[in-house]
Design a protein around this ligand. Structure first.
Ligand SMILES: Cc1ncc(COP(=O)(O)O)c(C=O)c1O
Length: 431
């Protein structure tokens, strides 16, 4: 056991026990693939604003922020009140509610391309419905997506079209209905569209670090080839701008999918867009049930969260703090003479270690990432992950998602702790 692992074990005895129990009931001992970690996961019990506490009483500054859903931080008082008030009145009425209409109006007010919408329970479901609507509306079958993009875990979203990757549990028919193309290559995309006259939709991951000319090119090509343009705004929605990534780039998609911030930290998603496409759900069209669609708790939490995002400088504050964090990490990497850089858009900070990145260009990425690679060996990142958790940072070292509750002090403290993490890995003879 190295020094980083030894410190981790000393700090997390109760998590160790829970991890043992968890392995008896969950595959890999976890309930989400990205929650698995070496030597074992940490179990959280409480959060407030940008802080979290684990079962052993350790405190963390949080940069996983509910997989990006908590832009208001943990336990925001207005959300707590809205959910508490609603839970006392009842949590499911098997009927429509006033709350769901208010929630939908909040989305419409923030995102001009959304004329109508349907609520679902997650981002994955929102994408599933978007694919289905696009197919029904256009009468075409294929979905074009970009290699490396993530759109939830439905079969269609998971088709990799990559011989080295096994499409576990996905039928041949589904695999053949998806075409994966190289990102940022409009020429190649046009070749694909001109050779396939049955493309229902092109799907773009709104939180991709894409150059503006590429995103505008998607719009032009979708119009030229009469295919729909879908923006997956599950992460970028209500974060990149009030109108998400489409607001940032000034591109109007036909359909958009939202989740995460949409429901203020509770489960929820929606697909929204042009009314005539959303109306493919109807008496003569797609049948769409779903027990927890627009459930009152998520509707109360979501409409409260979106009202706050509409009125207060939530997005700009999170963005500003992300800039401060990028600057601090970049200074640290320079001082420690580690090639790399902190980069990324909006309030998400990405870190490249081992490979430089042009930090003066807001749309720059390290080359290896564009090619789907990792700049340093996974083992280095794994050790750094453990080391920064030991320092009280709840984050993956290469990707941090901010909230509006992170203060200047939190950010400066984070930079200091990140540096200590890097130094601990360096002491192992890595980096
Ligand atoms: C871009 C994107 N789309 C879709 C999803 C799936 O959303 P969910 O986890 O709510 O099913 C995610 C989840 O992280 C995502 O990042």
């Amino acid at each position: 056991m190295n020094k980083i692992e030894e410190t981790f074990e000393n700090l997390h005895p109760s998590s160790k026990q829970l991890a043992k129990d968890a392995r008896n009931v969950f595959p890999m001992g976890v309930t989400h693939v990205s929650r698995a970690m070496s030597p074992y996961p940490v179990y959280m019990v409480e959060g407030k604003g940008p802080k979290k506490w684990d079962v052993d009483g350790n405190e963390y500054i949080d940069y996983k922020t509910g997989h990006g859903s908590m832009i208001l931080g943990q336990a925001h008082p207005a959300i707590v009140k809205a959910v508490k008030d609603q839970v006392e009145k009842g949590t499911h009425f098997s009927s429509g509610t006033n709350l769901e209409i208010r929630w939908a109006e909040c989305v419409k007010n923030l995102v001009p391309s959304v004329e109508k919408m349907r609520f679902v329970s997650s981002g994955t479901e929102a994408l599933m419905m978007a694919f289905k609507m696009a197919r029904v509306f256009t009468g075409r079958e294929k979905i074009v997506k970009f290699f490396g993009a993530f759109h939830g875990w439905s079969d269609t979203a998971y088709v990799t079209n990559d011989e080295t990757d096994k499409n576990y549990g996905i039928t041949k028919g589904t695999s053949e209905s998806v075409i994966n193309v190289t990102p940022y290559d409009l020429k190649n995309l046009e070749t694909v569209l001109s050779k396939n006259d049955d493309v229902a939709a092109i799907i773009f991951q709104g939180n991709d670090i894409a150059p503006p000319e590429f995103v505008h090119g998607l719009k032009e090509l979708s119009e030229k080839y009469s295919t729909l343009l879908v923006f997956d705004e599950v992460v970028s929605g209500f974060r990149w701008s009030k109108a998400g990534s489409q607001g940032h780039y000034g591109v109007i998609p036909d359909l958009s999918t939202f989740a995460k911030i949409l429901a203020g930290g509770l489960p929820g998603g929606c697909v929204g867009g042009r009314a005539e496409i959303i109306d493919t759900i109807g008496e003569q069209g797609i049948r769409h049930p779903g027990t927890f669609n627009a459930n009152p708790l998520s509707a109360a939490s979501g409409s409260t969260a979106l009202s706050i995002v509409a009125k207060e400088p939530i997005i700009s504050t999170a963005h500003k703090q992300a800039e401060r964090l990028r600057d601090g990490i970049n200074r640290t990497l320079t001082e420690l003479e580690i090639p790399g850089g902190a980069y990324g858009m909006s309030s998400i900070v990405m870190v490249s270690l081992g490979e430089p990145v042009d930090t003066s260009n807001p749309y720059a990425q390290p080359d290896t990432i564009e090619q789907g690679g990792r700049p340093v060996a996974n083992a280095v990142l794994d050790h750094l992950h453990t080391a920064i958790i030991n320092e009280g940072l709840w984050t993956h070292p290469a990707s941090m998602i901010l909230s509006s509750t992170h203060t200047d002090n939190d950010i400066d403290e984070t930079v200091t702790r990140y540096r200590k993490g890097l130094q601990a890995v360096r002491k192992l003879g890595m980096l």
